[in-house]
Design a protein around this ligand. Structure first.
Ligand code: EPZ
Length: 417
């Protein structure tokens, strides 16, 4: 198993190329099940979760090839409609095949994802939505089994905002008989890209990006091409790297409208940020102002940036109250940050972070994707050496992290334990 060895204390300087967004690419790949033929996606990052999705689709009969610039998915011979436990347990987003399979083939057998480090994360809203579209949903031996002649349009008010729930039902509704209205839908940029791609495939969708999306089902869809949007969470992570090391980074390409809440919050901590074309330039000066934070669905501050922001607040000039409103157990990084000398107290979904003058290196362990990113950020600022183990969590969602960081001056290397 690999680990990172990081010598902290170097202000990072230079340009970092931002990869395509994992959380946009995964639903776009699942979406290929809706139409037989060759689908081509560009700017797909080389990540473990992408490889897992290629395996998942391959299991069903698709032929996937991750070339450059295209990831090609040939869905002419889909003959199996199952997402096995072995794959789903490694990546919950596998549930994104549920809607497309139910809509296109009238059947799906998908392993229940089970619990996760950051929360229970049930999929009841996905299933409830499919049932209201006329699907029969049963649980058999840890699998969700869905059967449906042809799904029919329905009004689906979500009890709470769910990103992949919105994406699953958006894809299901695209081939349903009649009009579906998703209410309290997720407004994330990844949802908008999926809706735009579905329209390029022939779907009729209005309102993506707002909390009410209307989909008029069509008989058939056809393959289309698209380029995956830049990863806004990767942008946010490197912005914190500039702030926490007192460095200056240029990040591109990035979409300003996708990172507004993150940029605004980081400017509050003292980071200087300006846009130049499709690049975002960030300048830190080592002074970090403590700020309170609450996570919200988009366009609020993303939960996927909470851990990284907490790492920054460990070196703030006062106290910061961080409230995690999306997931019930997303403070796994707290214990590890404390090992680096941070002063953090948690109480349920809130954490009080008192800034300390410095962090000092120690062995720490990654627990989930974004928690591990926060440990790498803290290690970049800490004195001496930090080793971060179980970095397979990072490989799920950050492309070539150590190469990108080394290129701007970080002393980081991957070591096989
Ligand atoms: C997506 O997960 C992202 N994953 C997550 O990113 C991200 O943290 C999350 O949205 C929130 O922004 C992908 O897009 C692949 P939700 P998702 O359904 O869709 C509850 C990362 O680090 N809920 O929006 O699974 C749920 O428990 C990952 O890249 C139900 O109760 O999240 C949570 O509390 C981590 N029932 C809340 O809603 C349901 O049926 C929001 O979850 C569905 C969700």
């Amino acid at each position: 198993m690999d680990k990172f060895v990081i010598e902290g204390g170097v202000p990072l300087r230079g340009r970092i190329a931002i990869s395509g967004a994992k959380n946009a690419a995964l639903p776009l790949m699942a979406c290929s099940l809706l139409a037989r033929g060759e689908h081509r996606l560009a700017n797909v990052p080389r990540l473990r979760d992408i490889a897992t999705t290629m395996k998942l689709l391959g299991n069903m009969g698709a032929v996937c090839e991750h070339g450059d610039p295209w990831l090609r998915i040939d869905t002419r011979r889909i003959e199996n409609f199952e997402a096995p436990y072995e794959l789903v347990k490694t990546m919950r987003a596998s549930v994104l095949v549920l809607g497309p399979l139910a809509a296109r083939y009238g059947r799906a057998r998908v392993s229940l994802p089970g619990g996760c480090a950051i929360g229970a994360r049930p999929i009841n809203l996905h299933l409830k939505g499919l049932e209201s579209m006329g699907a029969r949903v049963e649980l058999e031996h840890g699998y969700v089994v869905v059967r449906a002649e042809r799904l029919r349009g329905a009004r689906i008010p979500f009890d709470q905002v769910t990103v992949t729930g919105t994406e699953n039902l958006l894809m299901a509704a695209a081939l349903a008989d009649g009009v579906t209205v998703l209410e309290n839908a997720a407004r994330e940029p990844e949802v908008v890209q999926l809706a735009e791609h579905l329209c390029a495939m022939g779907a009729r969708i209005e309102g993506a990006g707002s909390s009410v999306i209307a989909i008029e089902g069509v008989e058939e869809l056809s393959p289309a091409e698209c380029a995956v949007i830049p990863d806004r969470i990767e942008v946010g992570t490197y912005l914190v790297a500039a702030a926490i090391t007192g460095g200056s980074l240029s990040l591109s390409p990035c979409r300003p409208d996708h990172v507004e809440a993150v940029v605004k919050k980081l400017e509050g901590t003292g980071l200087k940020v300006r846009y130049r074309g499709d690049a975002l330039e960030a300048e830190g000066d080592g002074e970090i102002r403590s700020q309170d934070l609450k996570t919200w669905p988009f366009p609020g501050f993303p939960t996927d940036m909470q851990a990284q922001f907490m790492a920054l607040m460990t070196l703030g000039d006062g106290a910061s109250v961080i409230t995690e409103q999306i997931f019930e157990n997303r403070f796994m990084h707290v214990e590890e940050l404390r090992r680096l000398g941070a002063d953090i107290r948690t109480d349920g979904r809130s954490a009080v972070v008192r800034g300390v003058p410095k962090l000092s290196g120690a062995p720490v362990m990654a627990t989930d994707l974004r928690a591990s990113a926060s440990l790498v950020l803290a290690a970049l600022a800490a004195e001496n050496t930090t080793t971060v183990s179980r970095i397979y969590h990072l490989d799920r969602g950050y492309e070539a992290l150590e190469d990108k960081l080394s290129a701007v001056g970080a002393r980081i290397r991957r070591v096989n334990e």
